[in-house]
Design a protein around this ligand. Structure first.
Ligand SMILES: *Cc1c(COP(=O)(O)O)cnc(C)c1O
Length: 410
C-alpha cells in the first residue's frame, strides 16, 4: 500500500484563479457580445526587447555549430557571463558588494522561493505577510511545517503578519520569535514598498533572533522613487541574515522564457540543534545542483542582453509602458473617488472596495457593470478582504478602455 504525503491533503484547493475563470465564463456566456477586459492577470503582455531576441538568435546559431555548441551549463548555477553581469549591474552599481559565487541562476523565482524552505529544518517557525504570494505558504504546508487550515484559511503554526492601511502595507517585526521570514517588496499584491529604515528593522530583528529573511525582489525593476531600496543587501548587516530572490520574468518579460536568480551571501549561517553554525550557501547549491541541471544557454544569453546598453534602454521603455498604465489606473480611480494604494513602485494597484463591500462582491460588480476582471484581495489572505488587485500589465488601449467603463459604471 502506497502512502500519500498527507501534508498535501491540508492544502486548500487552488481556488482563486479557477473561481475567477468560472465567474468570467459564466458572465461571457450570459453576455456573448460583451468584450471582457482582464485587469487581473499577473502576466506581462509586451514582447521581449529586441536586444534579448537578437542575443537569443545568435545563441541558437552557436548551438547549431560543433565549435560553439554547448551542453550542460557546468555546475548548473549559471554561466559566468550572466552572473558577472548581474553582480556588476544589479549590485555593484548600487553600492552592494556581491561575489559571483553568491549568485545562483535558476528557471524562476517561483521555484526558488518555493524550494528554499527544503534546506531548513521542519521545526522553524515561518512568518508571512497577509495578504501574501501563495507559494511561500503552500510550500511550507507541503513540507509539513504547519497544521491544518483553520479559521479564514489560515494554517496552524504559521505566523501571519497583517498588511493594512494602518501599517502602510509593511509589517512590523513580530513581538515573539520566528525563524524564517518571507518578505516581498515591491509587494504583490498590495504594490507596497518598504523603506530602508523599515528593512533595517527587519534585519535587526533577524540578527537578534538568528532568523533568516527570504526577500523576494521580483518587482525591483518597477521602483520609481529614488529612496526605495532595490535590494535588501543595501541595508548594513543584511548579508548575515538574508537571501534575495530576483527574476527576469516581470523585469524583462521572461514569464514564458524562464530565468531568475537567487543570492545567498557567503556569511549567511543557519544552525544545527547543538547551536553550531552552518553555511547556508553551499547547502543551497548542493540542493540546486542535485535537483536541477541549469538554465538553457539560449535563455541565459537572452538574460545577459538586458544588461547591455541597448538592452537596458529597451527594458526600461517596456517597464515605462506598464508604469504609465499604473499611473493612469491610480489617478483615474482616485479621481472617481476610490481609495487606491500601490502603482508607484509596482505594477499592482490595491483598491479598497467602497462602502465595505466584500472582495468578491466588488469583483462581481466590476465584471457585471464594466466587464472588467480584477483579482479579489481575499484570495491572497484574510487581510486582503475588502480589496481587489488590478494589474498594470495590460496593453495601454485595454487599460484606457477598462478605466472608461469603470468610470461610467459608478
Ligand atoms: C511573478 C512573481 C515571481 C516570479 O516568478 P517566476 O517564477 O520567476 O516567473 C516571484 N515572486 C512574486 C511575488 C511574483 O509575483
Amino acid at each position: 500500500m502506497t502512502l500519500i504525503n498527507e501534508n498535501y491533503l491540508k492544502l486548500q484547493a487552488g481556488y482563486l484563479f479557477p473561481e475567477i475563470g468560472r465567474r468570467r465564463r459564466a458572465f461571457q456566456e450570459a453576455h456573448p457580445e460583451a468584450k471582457v477586459i482582464s485587469m487581473g492577470i499577473g502576466d506581462v503582455t509586451q514582447p521581449l526587447a529586441p536586444a534579448v531576441t537578437a542575443a537569443m538568435k545568435k545563441a541558437v546559431d552557436e548551438m547549431a555549430r560543433t565549435e560553439t555548441f554547448r551542453g550542460y551549463d557546468d555546475g548548473g548555477i549559471g554561466y559566468e557571463f550572466l552572473r558577472e553581469a548581474i553582480r556588476e549591474n544589479d549590485y555593484e552599481a548600487r553600492g552592494v558588494d556581491i561575489d559571483i559565487d553568491e549568485i545562483i541562476v535558476s528557471d524562476g523565482a517561483k521555484c526558488d522561493t518555493g524550494n528554499m524552505q527544503e534546506i531548513f529544518g521542519l521545526d522553524n517557525i515561518v512568518a508571512v505577510s497577509d495578504p501574501v504570494y501563495p507559494v511561500y505558504v503552500d510550500t511550507n504546508v507541503m513540507a509539513g511545517r504547519t497544521g491544518a487550515a483553520a479559521d479564514k484559511g489560515r494554517y496552524e503554526g504559521i505566523v501571519y503578519m497583517p498588511c493594512t492601511e494602518e501599517n502602510n502595507f509593511v509589517p512590523q517585526p513580530p513581538a515573539g520569535k520566528v525563524d524564517l521570514i518571507y518578505l516581498c517588496f515591491p509587494n504583490n499584491p498590495t504594490g507596497g514598498v518598504a523603506t530602508k529604515q523599515q528593512l533595517a528593522e527587519w534585519v535587526d530583528y533577524a540578527r537578534r533572533n538568528k532568523a533568516i529573511i527570504l526577500y523576494d525582489a521580483a518587482y525591483e525593476a518597477f521602483i520609481s522613487e529614488p529612496d526605495i531600496p532595490h535590494s535588501i543587501f543595501e541595508v548594513d548587516g543584511a548579508k548575515d541574515v538574508a537571501i534575495e530572490f530576483r527574476s527576469f520574468s516581470k523585469t524583462a518579460g521572461f514569464t514564458g522564457v524562464r530565468c531568475a536568480f537567487t543570492v545567498v551571501p557567503k556569511q549567511l549561517k543557519a544552525y544545527k540543534k547543538d547551536g553550531k553554525a552552518v553555511e547556508v550557501g553551499p547547502i543551497w547549491k548542493r540542493r540546486h545542483c542535485t535537483k536541477f541541471n541549469g538554465v538553457s544557454y539560449v535563455t541565459q544569453a537572452g538574460a545577459a542582453a538586458i544588461y547591455t546598453k541597448e538592452g537596458k534602454k529597451q527594458v526600461k521603455e517596456i517597464i515605462d509602458i506598464y508604469m504609465s498604465n499604473a499611473k493612469l489606473i491610480r489617478e483615474t480611480l482616485g479621481k472617481i473617488g476610490y481609495t487606491v494604494y500601490g502603482g508607484v513602485n509596482a505594477p499592482y494597484i490595491w483598491l479598497k472596495t467602497p462602502e465595505g463591500a466584500g472582495s468578491w462582491e466588488f469583483f462581481d460588480k466590476l465584471l457585471n457593470k464594466a466587464h472588467v476582471v480584477t483579482t479579489p484581495g481575499a484570495g491572497f489572505g484574510s487581510a486582503g478582504e475588502g480589496y481587489v488587485r488590478l494589474t498594470a500589465f495590460g496593453t495601454p488601449a485595454n487599460v484606457e478602455e477598462a478605466l472608461e467603463r469603470i468610470a461610467k459604471a459608478v
